[in-house]
Design a protein around this ligand. Sequence first.
Ligand SMILES: Cc1cc2nc3c(=O)[nH]c(=O)nc-3n(C[C@H](O)[C@H](O)[C@H](O)COP(=O)(O)O)c2cc1C
Length: 419
Amino acid sequence: MNVDNFRLQLGGKEYVPIIIGGMGVNISTTELALAAEKLGGIGHISDAETGYVCDRIFNTSFVSRKRKKYIQYSNNPDKSAVLFDLEEVAEAQKKYIDYTVSQKSGKGAIFLNCMEKLTMNSGNETLKVRLAAAMDAGIDGLTLAAGLNLRTLDLIQDHPRFRDVQIGIIISSVRALSIFLKRAVRLNRLPDYIIVEGPLAGGHLGFGPDDWQALDLKTIFSEVLAFLKKEGLNIPLIPAGGIFTGTDAVDYLKAGAAAVQVATRFTISKEAGLPDDVKQHYINAREEDIVINMASTTGYPMRMLLQSPTLRYAIKPNCEGLGYLLENGGKCSYIDAYYNAIADRKPGEPIKVKEKTCLCTGMANYDCWTCGHTAYRLKETTNLLPNGKWQLPKAEEIFLDYQFSRDHSIKLPEPELGS
Ligand SMILES: Cc1cc2nc3c(=O)[nH]c(=O)nc-3n(C[C@H](O)[C@H](O)[C@H](O)COP(=O)(O)O)c2cc1C
C-alpha cells in the first residue's frame, strides 16, 4: 500500500492527500506551493512578512516606504506609533496571492498559512485585512496557525467567501481544539479541516523545550480523532510533524487521517526559498544540532539549527521597516532584550543579546534556520555530489516519493547530468 491508494475529500473536491505546510518567511515559495498543486496535492504559501516578500519578488518598496515614514523611531524603544498602513497590507497580500494562484495549472489547491501571532502592532485589524485580501485574491484555503486567536472567524464572518473558502486550524492538543470549536459552533462555521501538529514539527511549536520528548504525534492524533468521534464531528484530520517517508504517511492514513502535512523534506528542494548554501547546512545537520529554544519573540518555543546565524548577531531592532512581530502597543521582547543588553554592556565589549533574536530580520534574511526534528535525516533523501555538496532534489521528486514509495524506502532524485 502507498499514499496513492488514498484521496483527501475536501470542499467537494478530491486531492492527493499530501499537503506541503506553510513555511515563512518565503521558504514555502510560490514555486513550491505550485509544485504540489500541479501534482494534485495542496501547497501552502505563508503570509508572514508579505510586504517584504513582495519587495523581493516584484521590486516593490513596501518596507523602505514604511521605514522612511517611521525613521524617527529608530533609536526609540517605544514603537507604539509604528503602525502598518492597512491599505498597503491589503495591497501586498493581494499582489502576492494573485501572483501565486494565477499560475495554478493542476487539480490541486493553494492554501495560505496565516500566522496569527504576527500581530503587526494591531492584531485584529491587520489579521482581518490579511484574511479578507487573501480571499479577495482567490486563495483556496486559509490555515490558521500559531496563535489560536478566538476572534478570527468573527473578523471575517461578513466576507462573501466566509462559507465557501476552506478554513483549517493547526492545533497540538484536544484542549486547544475544543476552545476553538466553541467559538466556531456559535458562528455556525466549523473548520473544514484540522491539522494536528506534533512535537517533531518545524517552526513554532505547541510544546516546550522540556516536554516535547514526552509527547508524540501518534498519541495526540488518536486523542483528537477520538474527540471528534465523540462529538459526532466529521472533519478531516491531518497529522503533521515528523512524517518522513511515504510509509509513515500510510500509517496515519490507515489510522483515519484524511491527509498528511509535511514540510522538512521540502526545505531542501530546488523550489524552497532558502539559499542553496543554507540548504547544504540543513542536509549536513546532525541530530544534536537541532534544538528547541525560546529565541523567538512570539513567546512560543521554536525548533532551529544551533548554527542559525540569527542566534549570534545583535542587531538594532528593525521595527520601522519590518515590525511584523510587534504586539499591540508596539512591544516586542527583542526590543527589551536589546536595550537591556546595551545597558549591561561593559565599555569596549560587543552587544550580547541574551535569549531573544530579532525574528523579523532573522526570518527575512534566511538567518533563522528553523526545521523539523527529522532534518538530520535529510542526507538519506539525496545524492552526495563529487564536489562534496549535496544534490538539491526537485519538489516534484519529493512529492512523488511520498506518494508512491513503500516499505519506508526513499527514492533518491535523478542524478543531475554532469554531477
Ligand atoms: C522551515 C520551516 C518553517 C516553518 N514555518 C511555519 C510557519 O511559518 N507557520 C506554520 O504554521 N508552520 C510552519 N512550519 C511547520 C510546517 O508547516 C509543518 O506543519 C511541519 O513542519 C510538518 O512537519 P515536518 O517538517 O516534520 O514534515 C514550518 C516548518 C519548517 C520546516
